[in-house]
Write a protein of this length. Structure first.
Length: 245
């Protein structure tokens, strides 16, 4: 299963459900590394490795959100069987939704769970301009979302390394046309921090229209990056949905 796009962890059984996890704009696969020790034996973590970061630092991001969706679907299709699940945070939630739709158009089975985190439904998407602004403005936006970014972004050398990939991600999500094609039948679950400025009740509830399957909502204390503090709770909820429901 491992490829440039996918990094699967070892599993204790052949029947473990692969859980594909997609990071946020500017994020990387290491966001989900701590989940390895938390996921139950029946679920196998598969980290999605987007271009422009870590070992794919020299791989350019595609020039559109649709192209990114197509390329990720190319990588995931051979790795998908009858049972699988997907989780995405922020931009990763939008990408998870679009790639599920694309995989279904290609004949793949629907996932056991589509889990979207820190992102409103497509009908609430609004274009943005952050990717067109200078580095200081981009850094200010990143710090607004997570004050812990301030220390890293204060280092000029690191800024030069990480900002190009972050800007490329922002360009894709801010120019995303938000026209998903199709309604799913799989379970869909939303996850968010209760003080996340990027989502509200209406935009979260709006996900309900994208699947005829069971709809679940989870919220925990925290802001946009609540998942750093709530890893165990998130993994427990995913495990309950996949293994017990």
């Amino acid at each position: 299963m491992n490829s440039a796009w996918l990094r699967a962890t070892p599993t204790h059984g052949d029947n473990a459900i692969p859980l594909f996890c997609i990071p946020h704009a500017g994020g990387n696969a290491s966001l989900y590394h701590p989940w390895r020790a938390l996921l139950p034996a029946g679920i196998r973590l598969v980290q999605v490795c987007l271009p422009g970061r870590l070992e794919r630092f020299r791989h350019p991001m595609p020039d559109s959100f649709d192209a990114l969706t197509q390329q990720l679907a190319d990588a995931m299709l051979p790795a998908i069987g009858a049972r699988w699940a997907i989780f995405g945070h922020s931009m990763g939630a939008t990408l998870a939704h679009e790639v599920v739709l694309e995989l279904c158009r290609r004949g793949a089975s629907e996932p056991q769970l589509l889990a979207v985190s820190g992102r409103g439904a497509a009908q609430f998407h609004r274009p943005g301009q952050v990717h067109l602004q200078d580095d200081d403005a981009l850094c200010a936006e990143l710090i607004r979302l997570d004050s812990n970014n301030a220390q890293v972004l204060a280092q000029a050398g690191l800024r030069e390394v990480i900002l190009p990939a972050i800007r490329a991600d922002y360009r894709l999500i801010e120019t995303y046309p938000a026209r998903p094609q199709g309604v799913l039948h799989c379970p869909l679950a939303t996850f968010n921090g209760d003080s996340d400025p990027e989502v509200d009740d209406a935009s979260i509830a709006g996900w309900r229209q994208w699947s005829h399957g069971p709809f679940h909502r989870y919220a925990w204390p925290g802001g946009h990056f609540y998942l750093h503090q709530q890893r165990a709770a998130i993994v427990e909820a995913i495990g309950s949905l996949l293994l017990h429901d």
